[in-house]
Design a protein around this ligand. Sequence first.
Ligand SMILES: [Zn+2]
Length: 248
Amino acid sequence: MNKQDDYQTSWNNDEVHVSVPFSAAGVGTTVIITSKFTGKMILLDVGDGALRDLLSASANYGFVNEIDLIAISHGHFDHVGGLHSLLGFMRMMKRTNPLNIVIPAQCKEALGIIQGFREYYRETLPFKIWYHESSHGSGFDTDFFKVKSYGVEHYSLENASIDENEVLEPALGFRVQVGETTVAYTGDTRMCPGAELVVSDADFALIEATYQDSPGTERQVHLSRAEAQKLGTLAKEFTLIHMIPKSD
Ligand SMILES: [Zn+2]
């Protein structure tokens, strides 16, 4: 794999700190947006290692109660793989604040993790978990964050060989408003109108750029670097994430 710096990035303004402690295609992606005024956090996707990354970024375990909201872009393992661990840690640390989780409608992986967790620990869970199945145009607001969901086109790789027709994952991109600041996150997507809506005029956009080069005639699952850069010009500032790790 590449050196660690290739997988992490951050961005700041007066209101918001955006941290991507780790993002690599097929491994894990987590985005942490923190309000500088309230200290509250929203997580966009919780790939494997999300809990470890949160722990290494925080001086104490108090962050457990500061995570206001989690938004999951789609059900692939590299975007939801850390959810069970994070919920388990919240339970162990006796989180009390209710937790809201925005998920794409009919995202079976996210539903399975959340419903399973609530079921296993029904008697001993010290906080409520509420999930919200969202689709294109859905909005979800808390006291600290406003999240708008946009449907994006993420071709379902695992079904590629069984159907001549295209099978798309339930997949969302998000725009998160914190005060006057808008942070955009495409999730996994190919070039599509939804991805343009996510990114347009955002103060800062995190854009997936899985492919070094476009795979050409293959079905489009992700953005190429060139496509992602073109999309990025719609935002005021942007950074590319979700690259494929190099391998010998
Ligand atoms: Zn994916």
